[in-house]
Design a protein around this ligand. Sequence first.
Ligand code: ATR
Length: 297
Amino acid sequence: MKRGRITGQAKLAGVLGHPVSHSLSPVLHNYWLEQRNIDGAYVPLPVRPEQFAIAVRGLQAAGFRGANVTIPHKEAAFALVDEPDLAARLSGSVNTLVFSEDGRIQGSSTDGFGFLESLTADGVDLTHLRQQGPALLFGAGGAARSIATALLEQGFSVIISNRTEPRAHALVKDLSQAWEEHTGNSAPDLSVQPWATPESVSGDISLLVNTTSLGMSGGPDTAWMPDLAHASENLVVCDIVYIPRETPLLKAATQRGLVAVGGLGMLLHQARPGFRAWFGTETTVDAATIDYVSDAL
Ligand code: ATR
């Protein structure tokens, strides 16, 4: 594919991270820019934590439209923004910055949106699913928090199970507090289930999400696998891991005839709100986009 011309009016954005060389965001955004023939560019920005605030101000001063923020800057980004959206306030983190013309910085957390969109794109009916039973999330890190928030907003009951149980309780306490503070609603339906090996998935669970690095290439070297023997035949199984595309958990789900959704869709869909804000155009995650990004994995 031919690279479009970048002129003096080019719209600029990028991704701040440390390290950032592994990020797929430049591949994805520049693909969308080329496809849509937009005069713009999206660049990787390796920035040390102690330089984060100054780098953001520098981008703003240099006329960038905004930026994505990845590990380890998501919490620092939240602290820096003037206008965090609800998902950002609930998660305490920001992955998308938009610089307004009046000098203010808008921040959003789009991981939860990306997760829900990828499920919907794979044909999952969320309304129907939440009526069937609670969602069970493995893990209690930043990804679990974003996904739990998004599911609670959709009306799901959410159960968190984490190897380090106090971390699961901390997530529940913290998110419940933020939820009451920012939504004005009473405590969400969020609880903890002990971590056991193998994790047994009971028949009332409608949605199972692995938010840990278990099953990832180069991740923890363990044969971890939840026991799906008692799971509902309508269970939807998701893994936010996207390398490999088909994780052991997704394979096991497919073998049982369950709907299995991998992590690449979440990664691609979470990028859409930023692209729209910076470059003024909607995007789609079609088969060609998935193939293009998969080639870069
Ligand atoms: P992220 O922000 O991407 O969610 P994180 O905060 O580092 O990343 O969280 C990683 C998750 O993977 C945690 O839930 C972690 O469990 P602990 O809180 O017990 O550390 C989980 N995880 C990582 N390695 C694991 C392993 N070998 N077994 C079980 N869980 C593991």
